[in-house]
Design a protein around this ligand. Structure first.
Ligand code: NAD
Length: 297
């Protein structure tokens, strides 16, 4: 069994680390928040205050961090993982970050002959707990093959996306589409209701017609048609509007960097910015329907 170092034990990282622990690996966790680390150590994991010492005896480091800036600070520089890693260390970054940072970090690792993948996830906290996340993985194929045995424990669907940064590219494009499709679905339900068509009837028709999409059939933004959707639980996330906005902003950075035209992505970003400006971005992203209904104050 492997020695795993896990950095970033938040809403996603903690259950992911717990699944590695349950599968028999030895897991050492590190987070700025001590209570998160305690949950891991109470379950049989280990903690560290000296990452660069710990990694000398690790087989793999997995990071699950909030932003590209933090990923840079953890991986790069004299005190970073790459400078201090032993030769055989495998690096897996599962944070959702910008493609440029993912590629810069990978380049630095590969210059030291370290294996590294960017492996962002889809599936949310529920998927992290159940070990059913989808991983979109960029990096050298050999690094992917080595990372897969760990990703298989935390996920149900592990997809190789090509070279470094391609995992992040897939994640950002998928979530831009998700944001757009959720707004479209919310607009359709809101208009249907205003035209006198009840939500269940519209769902029964559209979910079997050409308007069908995941935002409707798995995550319907109105209460009723899909019992498991956050709409039935007062829009408690799920996937918060704040995280959706983070990913939409990443999509717009990427669009501007590559001069790609994404007018709907830009529009979706400003709609979720309205939710942020109202101080309501902790609600699930399907709560965008409440913005359309003028019910977010
Ligand atoms: P979170 O804020 O709950 O957790 C992040 C953790 O990182 C926190 O516990 C924080 O203390 C820790 N941290 C911050 N800086 C650190 C540092 N320098 N060293 C060690 N620990 C540090 O966030 P989350 O919801 O777990 O998300 C993590 C990543 O996964 C993000 O990039 C997010 O976009 C992505 N993601 C989240 C979801 C979701 O539903 N929550 C879904 C898919 C992807």
């Amino acid at each position: 069994m492997a020695e795993v170092t896990f950095i970033g034990l938040g809403n996603m990282g903690l259950p992911m680390a717990m699944n590695l622990l349950k599968s028999g690996h030895s897991v050492t966790g590190f987070d700025l928040a001590e209570d998160q680390v305690k949950t891991l150590t109470d379950a049989g994991g280990k903690s560290t205050n000296d990452i660069n010492h710990t990694i000398q005896n690790s087989d793999v480091v997995i990071t699950m961090l909030p932003s590209g800036k933090i990923v840079r600070s953890v991986y790069l520089g004299d005190e970073g993982l790459i400078e201090n890693a032993p030769d055989n260390l495998l690096l897996i970054d599962s944070s959702t970050i910008d493609v440029e940072t993912a590629r810069d970090v990978s380049k630095a690792a590969e210059q030291k002959n370290l294996r590294i993948v960017d492996a962002p996830v889809s599936g949310g906290v529920g998927g992290a707990q159940a070990g059913t996340l989808t991983f979109m993985v960029g990096g050298e194929k050999k690094a992917f093959d080595n990372a897969k045995e760990y990703l298989d424990i935390m996920g149900g669907n592990i997809i190789y996306a090509g070279l470094s940064g391609n995992g992040q590219a897939a994640k950002i494009c998928n979530n831009m589409l998700l944001g757009i499709s959720m707004i479209g679905t919310a607009e359709a339900f809101n208009l249907a209701e205003n035209l006198g068509l009840d939500a269940q009837t519209f769902f029964d028709i559209s979910s079997t017609a050409s308007g069908q999409c995941w935002s409707m059939t798995s995550y319907c933004p109105v209460p009723g048609p899909v019992p498991s959707s956050p709409a039935n639980n007062n829009y408690k996330p799920g996937f918060s509007s704040a995280l959706m906005l983070k990913d939409l902003r990443l999509s717009q950075e990427a669009a501007s960097m590559t001069t790609s035209s994404t007018p709907l992505g830009a529009n979706a970003t400003s709609i979720y910015e309205e939710i942020e400006n109202l101080g309501q971005d902790s609600i699930d992203f399907s709560g965008v329907i409440k913005l359309l209904q003028n019910k977010l104050k």
